[in-house]
Design a protein around this ligand. Structure first.
Ligand SMILES: [Zn+2]
Length: 573
């Protein structure tokens, strides 16, 4: 069985289990109803006919388990790792005396840990005391109920995020009580926020009790839980859980505390993996609020100084504008004077070709190229290549990045721009999209949602928030941004980079790779940002991978080997 088929099988099994759970809940309630019905016909209570009582009984029910669709990978595997837990719920109407209930509950949860507001008590609806109960706690509560404490119940509760959840910055989060409190059923980040309308459709499940006319519990009745008739809509993303897991585990094993990685499918422009570090606690977002390294920030769509990875854009701009020719040669003496400033190269490269200038990341040649092209043409191409604007990915947090103002640029600013320094911010996603364009010649809008993956034509829900649809993303259908000749020069340069240049640690044994390193200086006293962007395999490339390590050190030593490791694990299946 191939892995692809195995994944589909896995998805089918999970879907099957979910539907079995839903069906068995339905069957259980149906049986309960039959039992109650029979009891009503044949039984007698305190001499009164049950039929009389039955006329006056009613089901007191309150919505619970507010529906919300899951966020799936491209094969149907939930990225949020959902599961089931148990919650403790109190029905004030049945419990009567609130003090007595609090005292009893404190035996289980500890003194002072059960807070019941007066208004919660008087509202009459069930009050959720606690979720995520351990089996020991649940047993203790059930024992309390059996020993005669009315109104305290243990009910099953959906758990939205599990410990194995993936792509947390893509998925986002809803507050902890989203399944129980509709005010909390609002996505706060990522696709949870972007697709909030789609995800929260469907009928709520409910918790209820049958009350007699005098509001006492109807004999033989107990708490009931019913499923919603219309299940929520799951959303299918372009993420491949296998690749996503590889990316996250490799980053974590390498000890990346701040950074991001993006994997794009070269054929389709779809995002196969997107990871950001530090991660946040999806099931307890409160615990991650206010932490120093800003764990909620999705670094894959945030802007950072690119350093030398941007030299690829400079060379493309120079070739496309005709300022330089593919076979031109350059002279590097180890440093170049710009105005009253001297910019150093890593070494004196001597006379080099254009491909070598890029492959060996020569500052002198790049500054010469940029000065020759001029700021207007460099910026015009940068904009055409998608920098300084949103890619249009389905994430509300996306940053457009920023470019310098061409009219204000002096020679020193152009020199900075040539080596990806100064006033310049690009996102790891933008960089990956541009590198895909080096292979295909076209700039496409990257996507996170499979066509039709989040839409239900019959229910007409799921329009993204107006805020996000009103923005103007890069056109969806590819725009040709470079000729085949420019593309060929860049690809050859990037191959030099991984074979004899600065990116040798990104070479992928057996498959090959090509790409560019970047070491972005961010000021005194702080380590530079490490970048590597490239594609693999070398022949008929399938994947673009961008690795970014914030304040991680040198690109060749830190980001390049991470790229190599991720690429090899993805390809060697
Ligand atoms: Zn040089």
């Amino acid at each position: 069985m191939t892995i692809r088929r195995a994944q589909r099988k896995e998805a089918e099994i999970i879907a099957g289990r979910l539907s079995i759970l839903r069906t068995s809940a339905g069957v259980l309630i149906f049986c309960l109803l039959i039992v109650c019905f029979n009891y009503q016909i044949v039984g007698k209570v305190g001499g009164r006919s049950l039929l009389v009582l039955a006329r006056r009984q009613h089901l007191e029910r309150v919505s619970a388990g507010i529906p919300r669709g899951n966020i799936l990978d491209r094969h149907g595997v939930p990225l949020n790792d959902p599961g089931w837990g148990a919650a403790c719920v109190v029905f004030p109407q049945l419990a009567g005396d609130s003090e007595k209930v609090v005292k009893a509950l404190e035996q289980v949860f500890g003194k002072g840990s059960v807070l019941l507001e007066d208004n919660q008590w008087s509202s009459g609806g069930p009050v959720r005391i606690a979720g995520d109960l351990s089996s020991q706690t649940a047993q203790a509560l059930i024992a309390l109920n059996r020993s005669g404490l009315e109104g305290v119940y243990v009910v099953p509760e959906e758990r939205r995020y599990g410990p194995e959840s993936l792509a947390r910055h893509v998925v986002g989060y809803v507050p902890r009580n989203a399944y129980f409190d509709s005010a909390d059923n609002v996505g706060q980040l990522g696709l949870e926020r972007y697709l909030d309308g789609t995800l929260k459709g469907g009928d709520a499940s409910w918790v209820g009790v049958v009350l007699a006319g005098d509001r006492s519990v109807f004999p033989g009745s107990s708490v009931r839980i019913g499923p919603g008739l219309l299940p929520p809509i799951d959303v299918r993303t372009t993420i491949d859980a296998r690749i996503q897991r590889i990316v996250e585990r490799t980053m974590d094993a390498a000890g990346v505390s701040k950074g991001a990685a993006v994997v794009l499918d070269i054929n389709t422009g779809q995002v196969l993996a997107m990871a950001s570090r530090p991660d946040f606690q999806q099931d307890r977002p409160d615990a991650s609020i206010g932490l120093r390294d800003a764990p909620f920030v999705n670094r894959a769509v945030s802007a950072f100084i690119p350093g030398s990875v941007y030299k690829t854009v400079i060379v493309a701009a120079a070739l496309e504008s005709g300022a330089i020719q593919p076979h031109q040669r350059f002279q590097c003496n180890g440093s170049i004077k710009v105005g009253d400033r001297e910019v150093k190269c890593t070494r004196a490269h001597g006379e080099i070709t254009l491909e070598e200038a890029l492959g060996y990341s020569c500052n002198c040649a790049l500054i010469e190229i940029a000065l020759k092209t001029g700021p207007e043409k460099l910026l015009e191409f940068s904009k055409r290549a998608g920098f300084g604007k949103l890619t249009g990915i389905e994430l509300p947090e996306e940053s457009s990045g920023y470019l310098p103002n061409g009219r204000e640029m002096l020679a020193g600013d152009v020199a900075n721009f040539a080596i990806g320094q100064g006033y310049l911010g690009v996102t790891p996603l933008q960089m990956a999209v541009f590198f895909r364009a080096i292979v295909t010649g076209e700039l496409d809008r990257p996507t996170l949602l499979l066509p039709g993956g989040g839409e239900d034509p019959e229910r007409k829900v799921g329009r993204p928030a107006a805020e996000t649809s009103a923005r103007s993303p890069t056109p969806r259908n590819g725009t040709t941004i470079m000729s085949q000749e420019t593309s060929k020069v860049l690809r050859e340069s990037l191959l030099l980079g991984t074979t004899t240049g600065t990116g040798q640690l990104a070479w992928v044994p057996r498959f090959g790779s090509a790409g560019k390193t970047g070491t972005a200086e961010v000021g005194e006293g702080r380590l530079p940002h490490a970048w590597f962007v490239g594609f693999c395999p070398l022949v008929s490339p399938k994947f673009v991978i961008c690795v970014f390590v914030e304040n991680g050190g040198e690109g060749p030593a830190v980001a390049a080997p991470l790229f190599g490791e991720i690429a090899l694990k993805i390809l060697a299946r």
